[in-house]
Structure formats: structure tokens, C-alpha cells
Design a protein around this ligand. Structure first.
Ligand SMILES: [Ca+2]
Length: 213
């Protein structure tokens, strides 16, 4: 009986706080669980563990969330290095990532990095990010870019990050992946304070009288 009560209360609390209690089952999306070093991060799978690493910094890049992020490195020609995870989402639920493409290669070796989501209900893929040497420039490190996916249906999805050597199997390119920054408690307080000020202003605003001629 007591257990049922607690379950009911927990369910009610989850229902009362939409957006706080997330149904997404993705694991270690910001790579904070690591482990730091070469190999598949906790919760993720890859076709080439020797070309995937969790780092605390990479060149001029710093994490966008927490203290760690993932880096995928190109391998043999035409064989993508892939980092993937299968997870579940509710319809209308959103998931965001920070992604960047960095290359030391030059045209015509148009190495490419991409991030996409596969939807196992509709058997459809959505490309969230794709960049290549031709889009960022020879030897250029592109900026962190935020991408967001909204689940069209409740179901299973796979996130697929990849980077691929094009034209030859040398001179590397990289795909970087992290979660978006989580606002710090201080930032949340400021946001709530801002909402309060807006609410107070609205309450005090006199009614506007509209005269129809
Ligand atoms: Ca992180």
C-alpha cells in the first residue's frame, strides 16, 4: 500500500514537471561519464574504437558542457568512423547536441563530418549537421554548432555521428560532439527573476482602451 502511494506520488510529480522529467533514454550524451581516452564512450558504440576518444580539450576546442567531449578521427579512405547510440524518445520531445567539424586536409580531398538521427518507426533519417573541407575551407576548424531534433513519434531512434576520409586515407579530419551547456544555478535564478519582473510589469500595465469610430 505504502509503495503504491509513493509510486502514485512519483508519477504525479513527474506529470507536474514536464520538461524536467525526461523520457529520453540516451546515455552519457555529454560524455561526462567518459572514460577519458581512446575507445567507445560509456553507452555508445563505434565501428572503430581506436579512432574515437573522450577528451577534456582538443586543439583550441573546449567542452561546451561539463569537462569532457568526444572526438572522432578519420581512418581508411571511404570508411567512416561512426559513433552511435540507440535510445527511445516520446513524441514532441527534443534533444540537442553541439557538433563541430575540424580538418587538416585540403581540396580536392573533401573529408566530411556529419550528425544524423535515424527513426526506427518511420525508417527515416534526418541529417542535423554536415560539413566538409569544401564548406569550412582547407585546414579549417569550424565552430561548435548547436543542432536539435524533435521526435515526430514515440519510439526508438539512433544517433549517428561520423567522419570520413575522402579521396585518400591520410591527412585527418575530426568530428567533435558534446551536449549543450547547462545553465548554472545563478543563471536560472536570473531567468526566474526576469520572468518575475515581466509578470509584475504586465500586472501593473493599465488596460488599453480602444475606441472604435
Ligand atoms: Ca561534456
Amino acid at each position: 500500500m505504502k509503495k503504491t502511494m509513493i509510486s502514485a506520488l512519483a508519477a504525479a510529480a513527474a506529470f507536474a514537471l514536464p520538461g524536467v522529467a525526461s523520457a529520453s533514454t540516451i546515455l552519457n550524451s555529454g560524455f561526462e561519464a567518459g572514460p577519458v581516452g581512446t575507445g567507445a564512450p560509456t553507452g555508445w558504440a563505434t565501428n572503430n574504437p581506436s579512432l574515437v576518444q573522450v577528451v577534456t580539450s582538443f586543439g583550441s576546442y573546449a567542452p561546451t558542457e561539463g569537462s569532457k567531449f568526444a572526438v572522432l578521427t578519420t581512418g581508411a579512405q571511404d570508411i567512416a568512423t561512426v559513433l552511435t547510440q540507440i535510445f527511445n524518445m516520446n513524441a514532441g520531445e527534443a534533444i540537442s547536441f553541439m557538433v563541430a567539424f575540424s580538418t587538416t586536409d585540403y581540396l580536392p580531398f573533401n573529408d566530411t563530418g556529419a550528425l544524423g538521427i535515424f527513426d526506427f518507426t518511420n525508417f527515416a533519417g534526418t541529417t542535423l549537421f554536415t560539413q566538409s573541407v569544401s564548406s569550412v575551407g582547407d585546414g579549417v576548424s569550424g565552430p561548435w554548432t548547436k543542432v536539435t531534433f524533435v521526435a515526430p513519434v514515440t519510439g526508438s531512434y539512433a544517433i549517428n555521428a561520423s567522419v570520413r576520409n575522402v579521396g585518400d586515407g591520410s591527412v585527418n579530419s575530426f568530428l567533435l560532439l558534446d551536449a549543450p551547456a547547462v545553465p548554472e544555478p545563478g543563471a536560472w535564478m536570473l531567468m526566474l527573476l526576469g520572468l518575475g519582473v515581466v509578470g509584475f510589469g504586465m500586472r501593473r500595465r493599465p488596460n488599453l482602451r480602444v475606441n472604435f469610430a
